[in-house]
Write a protein that binds this ligand. Sequence first.
Ligand code: FAD
Length: 392
Amino acid sequence: MDFEPTPEQQELILIVRKFVREEIVPLEADLPSDAGRLPDEIASRLKKKVAQMGLTSWDAPAEDGGPGLDVVTRTLLAMEMSQHRAGLYASCYGVFGGSGLAHLYEANPDQKERYLYPTLRGERSGFFALSEAGGGSDPARSIRTRAERDGDDWVINGTKMWISNVAESDYGIVVARTGEGRKGLTCFIVDTDAPGFKMLRVIPSLRKVHEPTELVFDDVRVPDSNRLGPVGEGFTLAAGRLANFRIPYSASCVGVAIAAHRLAVDYAQIRETFGKPLAQHQGIQWMLVENEIDIRAARLLVLDAAATADRGGDVKSAASIAKIYCTEAASRVVDRSMQIHGGLGVAADMPFERWFREMRIRRIGEGPNEVQRMVVARSILGSAATVSGATK
Ligand SMILES: Cc1cc2nc3c(=O)[nH]c(=O)nc-3n(C[C@H](O)[C@H](O)[C@H](O)COP(=O)(O)OP(=O)(O)OC[C@H]3O[C@@H](n4cnc5c(N)ncnc54)[C@H](O)[C@@H]3O)c2cc1C
């Protein structure tokens, strides 16, 4: 397998890299260290620039108005777009266009007109509500929020926990129980102004942007026209989306690791202790070497998952492996790079402390790493053919 970018991919990488380094990183010097948004005027100027680059909604399929890039190219770009302080959870402060709610690509034409396209144009915004207080690792068993059919409507009752992005959103995709077991879950698009919908509280956490919340659904009426996908297929829809989303999720961790490592390499060459630059102490050199190994391995694993997706292969196990390795390797890289910076490493003047806090969430969010290991174990133990490098 050759993961060297093609000339076309390299051109896109350089365009995005220049944009991040010249437009985004300098802005962060004047923004609060936990900023998640740009002032409106700056955001609209940058959105115009992105439109001129032809990269608005870069991860949308061509039939839905995106540039129609393959998954490997999108992964390469995700690694570039996250190389700044807010890069993990507010990559380029959203100026590349709405994304995230990939479920909506499976919506019907009417739903796409009402929700997907306005989201891609930046006019609407949505959240995704799967987890509940009873457990997020095993949603097929733990979801208690129920949707009951009543004429042309569904009536939703229950609560959701840890749901990000709610304050910024005017609708959400909600997974509710309509029957028993895995085939008893269905997705609905719920407008946040629907009577009975309430954001109960924000849950303060390590991450200050898109803070997680607790939601209440008290007889919330949703028309059947807002049911997303067939009744009983909510788990398949959610799980499929989550598996694919683990690829850009992992790629953004690699991007942050690269940015942290670059800062550490530069600093190690200018900061002196005991009469010589840090970079000449073997202990520091070894940390930098470990960073380099972690980043190269993580990059290859996420590109392998992306190439599997492009081939139409079974992405589940590859995406779980990428998620485990990229989140854990990037945590190590941020930690070592912080250490190399000494006291400066933990100061909010530098991006490490934000990366450190936000990266910790990555081993829990989008399915804890233990659950990803369970997914990989199933694929290894289910059939010898899935053991890497093994022949039948
Ligand atoms: C900041 C933040 C934002 C979030 N945003 C959203 C969102 O927008 N939408 C949404 O739906 N959810 C969201 N979540 C929820 C997140 O997906 C869940 O927290 C996660 O899936 C784990 O669920 P849980 O917290 O209920 O942990 P539990 O399911 O109770 O698991 C607890 C721990 O047990 C371990 N564990 C679980 N199963 C196994 C196993 N089989 N083997 C070994 N160990 C295991 C894991 O270490 C896990 O962390 C968010 C969470 C956070 C922290």
